[in-house]
Design a protein around this ligand. Sequence first.
Ligand code: CAA
Length: 257
Amino acid sequence: MSLRYIHTEINESVALVRIERHEVLNALNLHLMNELVGELARLDADDSVRCMVVTGGPKAFAAGADILEMADATVVEMKQRNQFQVWDRLRQVRKPVIAAVNGFALGGGCELAMACDMIVAGEDAKFGQPEVKLGVMPGAGGTQRLTRLIGKNRALEMLLTGRPISADDALNMGLVNRVVPAETCVQEALSLAYEIAKQAPIAVQMIKEAANKALDVDLQTGMELERNAFYLLFATEDRSEGMKAFLDKRKPVFRGR
Ligand code: CAA
């Protein structure tokens, strides 16, 4: 099915998903978000895909929710539109998703990057939550995810001033995994994705689930969840293959079973 704003290529079990609405710096309108989340859900269910990379263009990963779409909306219209519901479905994606961010990742764009599992940033990337300058606040997780990722005080400085931070500052604060030259950003994210795609897929998904839970539950609950997931992996063929390959001194071949 051809999508208007989203273009996907699959290579070596990795899907590269590009947001293409460059004329408005990839502003995330409702149509685009529905396409993006639908595409990620489709790839999540596709056995030939083990990891995904989401990227934008050279000038913008995404400059936020589409302001034009919201400018004249009433509170009732906003409530009925329920535009953030689709974002909840991002959290259901079981496979790892890496954001490759060049240029602006502002507002919803920063929230989208943070909704991914890892972020590779080009050196010119700018991260920010400028909603306060529009008289509103983040609505797609900005106050929650940013606070968890970089701590309350630094998050509040960004949220209350609306001032963007550089890629290097984002790295120092723990918002991104690494900073690379802009022109290699997508390739670096893909390399990371290829490395993950070689691992045992069911273990990868369970590790993602357990790590995400670490942000939501107390330590003891998280430890129990981790232990049960560890035991469960002993039911997989990939666990037998992984351990046998180690003992045979050869590379494992994981099939996701
Ligand atoms: N919504 C709609 N259109 C946008 C947009 C957005 N978020 N961001 C940029 N655009 C459009 C501009 O209106 C402009 O369109 P025209 O050519 O038709 O005038 C085009 O993209 C290019 O933008 P600029 O001319 O402004 O480019 P610039 O290089 O001078 O500035 C920028 C770049 C600093 C990112 C600036 O565009 C900007 O500040 N954008 C808005 C950022 C923002 O406030 N984002 C938060 C949105 S609210 C939100 O995201 C809520 C949430 O929690 C989900």
